[in-house]
Structure formats: C-alpha cells, structure tokens
Design a protein around this ligand. Structure first.
Ligand SMILES: [Zn+2]
Length: 94
C-alpha cells in the first residue's frame, strides 16, 4: 500500500462514482447503510473501465471533473441498476 501511495497512481473512476453516488443516493430508494453503499460502489466499479492516472492532486481534480462530464450518464445509469440489484439481495443484517 505504501508503494501505491508513493507512485501516486489512482483510479479516478472511484472518485467519480463516490461523488455521483453521494449526489443521487437519496433518489435511489435503496438502503443507505454503509454495506449497501459499498456494495453499490463495488458493483459499479466492476462494470466500468478503470481510468488510472498518475497525477498530482490539483491535476487529479481537473481530470475527475473532465471524466465526470464525459461519463456522467453512463455512471448514473450504472449506479441506478446497481442499486436495484443490491436492493434485491442486501447483505446487511435484517
Ligand atoms: Zn443496507
């Protein structure tokens, strides 16, 4: 993990998915507990192509914004369908 931090390679899809989820989670009619949210994020991230970047923080931010604009619809659709699936088989305690 230390090496990962040192070389500064990040999958910016993670930032994008988390940010989008935050914004639309209340309209998903899905459980908002930590487990379900993590499951949704994992599902989406397994179904979009990763975008690894090696950048400084400032640069990272503009890349995230650019990627968000270009992929917003696809990501939102994937979050919505992930929420449907997780809702159907939640892993949290009932
Ligand atoms: Zn839950």
């Amino acid at each position: 993990m230390e090496q990962y931090e040192r070389i500064g390679v990040r999958n910016i899809m993670e930032e994008i998915v988390y940010e989008k989820m935050d914004k639309i989670v209340n309209s998903l009619e899905c459980c908002t507990c930590e487990k379900c949210q993590a499951d949704i994020a994992a599902y989406v991230l397994n179904h979009v192509a990763p975008r690894y970047v090696a950048s400084e923080k400032g640069e990272l931010f503009s890349k995230v914004q650019e990627m968000t604009q270009n992929n917003e619809t696809e990501i939102v659709m994937k979050i919505v369908s992930a929420a449907e699936i997780i809702k159907g088989s939640p892993r949290h305690a009932r």
